[in-house]
Write a protein that binds this ligand. Sequence first.
Ligand code: HEM
Length: 519
Amino acid sequence: KRLLAEEHDLKATSRKCSPAPRMAKKGFLGFGRLIESVKATNEGKGPQYVVSSINSEMGHDVHTVIVPIADYELITTRDPVNVQAMLATNSSDWDVGEARTASWQPLFGDGVFTSRGEEWKHSRALVRPQFTKDQINDLDLIERHVKPLFDAIDRNSLPTNEDGWTSVVDLQPLFYNMTMDITTELIYGYSVHSQNPDSRSVLPTLPGLAPPDRANIGIHMDAGKAWIETRGALWKYRWLLPTKQFNKHCAAVHAYAEWFVQLRLKRGDKYLEGIRQDTGQGSSSRYILLDELAKLTQDPVELRSQTLNILTAGRDTTAALIGWIFYFLARHPRVFNKLRDDCLREFGESPENIEFKSLRDNIPYMTSVINEALRMAPVIPLNERVAIRDTVLPRGGGLNGDEPMFVPQGQQVLIPTYAMTRREDLWGADVEEFKPERWEEGGGRKHGFEFIPFGGGVRQCLGQQFARTKAAYVVVRLLQKYDRIENAEDPADAPLKFHHTIENRSGSGVQVRLHEVQC
Ligand code: HEM
């Protein structure tokens, strides 16, 4: 160990690098920080823990630190210059870590989200063209699942009072069901209809394959993801976790996707026509991701893995985002009213006038609200990279943290995106306030690597536009139906709580009362 440290010192000196500040080791055998961080995550304060521990132990001006844990070290950086180097300008020296890919692969297979190196390049090249097609932003598809959302709100709250108010309803699980329904339809052509199981169409039989378990796929995905999260956090000590239950969830998730893949391979170019006949929905020219990918590869394992990768990347992230938007709107009636006025001015009161282009371009305040929700509560609050060869980060070394620092091959670097969006020196004294106006011209908005809710550089999110369109569409539709919203969390001023299983949703749900427009 000492010889290795000396070798690194020599390499650092030859590259004119200085060491970054090192945090103190904590607790029994150095496990203190791991335990503190798991505890903070369980209490809904995981992202805040990173900020408070760096600020209190190292100072507000220190943005890159070495964190010793037991017998290994992590680097954590909330410096956008370093983040840009890892994700974009020097990305060839970096890749996602094996901890991430190996944790995810048993559940979702090798796909664009879970692979590294050449395998990732292959996946990205396969999947990327799909996201440049306009048809992916299919508003009719979203609308089909917004109507059951309205029904679910009615079902989950007591009947609307005479004065037009619903009783308290938690919108968050309803958004998760809706995005599950949208995403499974977009990817496979058949929605799981978790919001309205009675609408499930009868599926054809496939010899030797049990029908897909539409009722439980969400449960298996959630349970598998929770396990992955723990496994990733424990990485070096992952063998401590039992695997029996996890294997069961993996098998169920695979079986679900496998069924549709086999159906597509059997039906060939008649797949879309088959969906139309089975469900009475869509046309033989609509966009279904599995169908498009099957034109490029017929490998069933690849089709299963790539579609599952998109399902996990797309479903929960977007639900969490829509949840956060309503979480903040419920606490900021002024923002709610302004946004509602803008939406009604552009689209009136029915879905007919909503078009993709106007949704994207004509309501700048919607973009500001979405950005501000993502700043206050990044859906992916923590990212990471590993150095695949000896390399240098442009900043973090020296007394002021403005000198380059040496990073040896194999070193993992954490990128706490939440911590970057909470830097007062970058965002101003009102950094803790939800203030969409900061995204307007002259409002101090940021477009650099200090705000990367969808990642940045070579592995930037492929579904960003789809997620923004879906979120904006659902917001418009809810604002058309409801003209007031009230925060119903008890106590009303409870601090932000984050529930983190890969994506970050509100730990206290989105408890609101809604007031329906009275005719
Ligand atoms: C609010 C919603 C979303 C957020 C916040 C989000 C965030 C992210 C982030 C941070 C990354 C980069 C990960 C990294 O750097 O390692 C990413 C990658 C990715 N996202 Fe999203 N995402 C969202 C929605 C979606 C949707 C709807 C889809 C697809 C339907 C999608 C597909 C992908 C894919 C395929 C990648 C992997 C890109 C690669 O590794 O090459 N995302 N997303």
